[in-house]
Design a protein around this ligand. Structure first.
Ligand SMILES: *[C@@H]1O[C@H](CO)[C@@H](O)[C@H](O)[C@H]1NC(C)=O
Ligand SMILES: *[C@@H]1O[C@H](CO)[C@@H](O)[C@H](O)[C@H]1NC(C)=O
Length: 390
């Protein structure tokens, strides 16, 4: 047993070590480069200058954003850098310019290896852009608030993202990305404000995160593998989705995806896989959905291989994407529609290896729900409510 004084000494030594390591790392404060915390002056240049200094350092470096409200115009924080341990500490709030962001991304990290973004609030101020879309006017494409592109070994911890124009976070062509303790919030009726979109990326985890938006909480596009999603609250929003896949004929693959301990409340879908009903050489293989709680969810479990808006260019509505080895374990709660489980698979490429275990879903809390199967193969075990259609 340690005595409490030994404990205190150990803690003290730890704090000293931490301090020394922080002193050893160079730190660059955006205010020293001219950033102004008045919420109005565009501080993008100052942020980029602080980034350049941290990126040029030949040892671990940090960029520091103090408390306060900083308006930051479109900014790309680009590597490769001279060190692979850059920390961006954000104590304050970054707000996007009012009006529209004239780029596909508001804040972007590109070609960076070894980055931590710690804390911070980013406010995309998407309201003007949403209003333009809702009025049916011709609007710019809209900006993703924070994009991680072509990067490796990235940690995003404790970030709050509010009101993005389109996606809140995008992980593109990157590997080794960990998102922890994020809070992503936009109104339930804001268009295309997906929480986190992952594409062409591998080894990505999203844990202990709250996502309330107007579109998918988390969506995974083509070329995505080894994704771990755990302890997520999702809703309002459209649920967690693999797809839409196969919009273009090039090969699409999504592999080894785990989604566990997720609560969906009032979402349009729960756990969804969605592919276009047209030719493709791609596949989805190895997906585990477990321990999900559905609270009044439109379509709790859904595979839809017939996606074809406007029914244009989808000969025979037959998806070329092969879906296999998808398991659903311990999925419970209530569906807002009678069909709580729906497998609408491709006539030419039936779903194989759908494995269901302990499904307890009701319709509106106390009514019997139904399951629907088309071109679906697999097995069911344990409690099955609605009764399995496989
Ligand atoms: C890396 O360091 C070298 C020498 O110190 C410097 O010339 C170069 O600009 C730095 N690279 C970056 C990306 O900042
Ligand atoms: C699947 O992904 C997980 C991370 O989610 C990883 O730990 C595991 O090694 C991957 N499995 C394979 C076979 O690559």
């Amino acid at each position: 047993m340690y005595s409490s004084s030994m404990m205190a000494r150990a803690v003290c030594l730890l704090l000293i070590a931490l301090r020394l390591s922080l002193l050893a790392a160079a730190s660059y404060n955006v205010v020293d480069y001219g950033a102004v915390a008045d919420g109005r002056t565009d501080s993008a240049k100052a942020f980029l200058a602080a980034w350049s200094a941290a990126c040029a350092a030949n040892k671990p470096a940090s960029m520091y954003v103090p408390a306060g409200r900083f308006m930051v115009g479109q900014a790309t924080f680009q590597g490769p850098c001279n060190n692979s341990a850059i920390r961006v500490f954000i104590a304050g709030t970054l707000v996007a310019p009012s009006g529209y962001t004239a780029a596909a991304n508001w804040l972007r990290f590109k070609y960076v290896n070894g980055l931590s973004v710690l804390g911070g609030i980013i406010d995309g101020r998407g309201q003007t852009f949403w209003a333009c879309k809702e009025a049916g006017r011709s609007c710019p494409q809209g900006a993703t608030s924070l994009a991680i592109a072509l990067s490796t070994n990235v940690v995003i911890r404790g970030l709050a993202s509010h009101n993005s124009e389109v996606f809140h976070l995008s992980i593109f062509a990157s590997s080794g990305v960990k998102i922890q303790g994020a809070k992503i919030i936009a109104p339930g009726d804001s268009p295309n404000t997906d929480g986190i979109h992952i594409q062409k990326s591998t080894d990505v985890s999203v844990v202990s995160t709250v996502i309330k938006t107007g579109d998918d909480c988390i969506s995974m596009g083509e070329g995505t593998s080894n994704v771990w999603i755990e302890k997520i609250h999702c809703g309002p929003g459209h649920g967690i989705s693999i797809g839409s896949l196969g919009a273009t004929p090039s090969e699409t693959r999504v592999q080894n995806i785990t989604v566990t301990a997720v609560t969906f409340s009032g979402t349009q879908n729960g756990l969804r896989i969605k592919t276009w009903g047209k030719p493709n050489g791609g596949f989805v293989e190895g997906v585990t959905f477990s321990h999900a709680v559905m609270q009044n969810v439109g379509y709790p479990i859904v595979v839809d291989q017939n996606y074809c808006p406007g029914n244009v260019d989808c000969p025979g509505q037959s998806s070329g994407i092969r879906i296999s080895k998808v398991s659903y374990m311990d999925i419970q709660g209530s569906s807002a529609t009678p069909v709580a489980v729906k497998f609408d698979c491709s006539p030419t490429n039936p779903c194989r290896g759908l494995d269901l275990r302990d499904i307890k879903l009701t319709y509106l809390g106390n009514k019997q729900a139904e399951a629907y199967c088309k071109n679906a193969q697999g097995s069911a075990a344990g409690t099955m409510n609605p009764p399995s259609c496989i």
